[in-house]
Ligand binder design. Structure first.
Ligand code: HEC
Length: 227
């Protein structure tokens, strides 16, 4: 009888010990899983800068890239934002604010949306979402506006951001497309025909290899697009 009781007591003690061990391991697993998450984020950010090339990811010349940017591609990319944002005029705020007309809007100013303090502060320092600011923000929102509520990793590829911004610009933007910068427009005394040159460049180059006038502007125009 007392042997049986002893066995019970020992058994209970053993079971308790096992449970404690198990909990300890479980806790260890839970705690261990936390650190890898942060490096995961950091690595993604590092990849971002790598993806943009070793060269500093400076915004493109908007007057050159926007007229020929792929708005449809931008609309396709907006599927990544659609879980949090609407893009239609008068569309509802969700996890994020409605984005119709965001180009030219003051950051953190859309009616009825509770922005984070960092975004409101950002708006106090930056009066409008212009192309450059959107380009930098969309690359890594949490890096550009530290503490933002926008928990989106960002669009690492410059061409993705350009297409996205072109799409946003097509939605009630209050900012005009600027004139191409003098540096980019320099080879073109053809500045007035800039749009035509850019559009025709692709077909003109293979078609007329002998035309020397078209070649300098054709090579000069795509260069800033790739950067
Ligand atoms: C996980 C949800 C989420 C996703 C996905 C997301 N956003 Fe956001 N976005 C937010 C939130 C939340 C804010 C408000 C940020 C704040 O107040 O700090 C915001 C703010 C913004 C703003 C500033 C708006 C303003 O009125 O100042 C822009 C621009 C923006 N997002 C663009 C995008 C684009 C473009 C995408 C897709 C490529 C995207 N967001 C994806 C949640 C998201």
């Amino acid at each position: 009888m007392s042997d049986l009781q002893l066995n019970k007591i020992l058994g209970a003690g053993l079971a308790t010990g096992l449970v404690i061990l198990g909990l300890g391991q479980l806790t260890g697993i839970l705690f261990e899983s936390e650190p890898p998450e942060k490096p995961g984020y950091a690595i993604a950010v590092v990849e971002d800068t790598g993806g943009g090339g070793e060269v500093a990811d400076t915004p493109p010349d908007w007057g050159t890239v926007l007229p020929t940017a792929d708005i449809a591609a931008g609309q396709a990319i907006s599927a990544k934002c659609a879980g949090c944002h609407t893009f239609t005029q008068g569309g509802a705020n969700g996890t994020g604010p409605n984005l119709f007309g965001v180009v030219g809007r003051k950051p953190g100013s859309h009616g009825g949306f509770a922005y984070s303090a960092p975004m409101t502060d950002f708006g106090a320092k930056n009066p409008v979402w212009d192309y450059d600011r959107l380009y930098l923000f969309l690359k890594a929102p949490g890096k550009d506006v530290s503490g933002t509520k926008m928990t989106f990793v960002g669009l690492k590829k410059p061409e993705e951001r350009i297409a996205m911004i072109a799409y946003l610009h097509s939605l009630g933007s209050t900012l005009p497309i600027p004139a191409p910068k003098p540096a980019a427009a320099a080879p073109a005394a053809a500045a007035p025909a800039a749009a035509g040159t850019a559009a025709g460049a692709a077909s003109a180059t293979p078609g007329t290899p002998g035309a020397p006038a078209a070649t300098p502007s054709a090579t000069a125009a795509p260069a800033p697009v790739k950067k």
